[in-house]
Design a protein around this ligand. Sequence first.
Ligand code: SF4
Ligand code: SF4
Length: 253
Amino acid sequence: MNGFTHASMNAPFIVADGLRGGDGKEIGINGEALGSITVASAIAEADSMIVISHGKGHPTSGFGGAVKHLGMGCLDRAGKIKVHEVGKPSIDPEKCILCGDCVEVCPWGAITPPVIDHTKCCGELSCADACQQEAIIPPPDATDKMQKRLGEAALGPIKALDGRIGYINWVYDLTPGCDCFNFSGERFVEDIGILAGQDPVAIDSATVDLINGRMKPDGKSIYNVWGVNPWIHIEAAEKIGCGSKKYELKNLE
Ligand code: SF4
Ligand code: SF4
């Protein structure tokens, strides 16, 4: 759907959770919200992994970097649903003008305005972003709950690979939206550089601190991009044992 192929990237490309997203391996993580999570098989069975993340804003997690790629990108479809399912929204019939824009973006065919079928919905909230009338209402605390699950799920691939993972955060072209959007917005801050490390929590903490440092003279932080606090998922990842927020920056130039 997004044009990622061997031909477009000039690099081998594998869909890690199989042809239809059902190829995963269950990993026990013993978190407060998630007892276990399913990691995409091709990742769970890899010898080692380098997680290369494009740093960017995100409407649900505030920031997307290494922890987001572990706790979402490395999961199979069932794992992704497990993280998202706390976000199943409803439609305010007073605000809904029955335009159908939400129907177009719903990948699960769950919407017949002004009703959402929660047996089909998986709670990923594409519809809320698409609705110009702000008629689609997520449950209270959906973002916080989703971020906590995201941070905990990041432990799944770390355990599966027994920590044999390195991380690179590409902190360039910092756009507000996730790279799975079918458009690219304006940069919200100047390019910063490239970070590398062995701790996903540390590298994301350093990245967010650097972004906030660049936005500070304007009285802003990454929170202002979507009104979402990204530290919730980073700290959830730290709490479950993915790494530490402490870091030391070394300039290798
Ligand atoms: S996009 Fe919003 S206004 Fe349009 S049908 Fe969906 S809920 Fe209603
Ligand atoms: S949250 Fe996602 S799956 Fe649920 S109705 Fe909205 S677009 Fe469809």
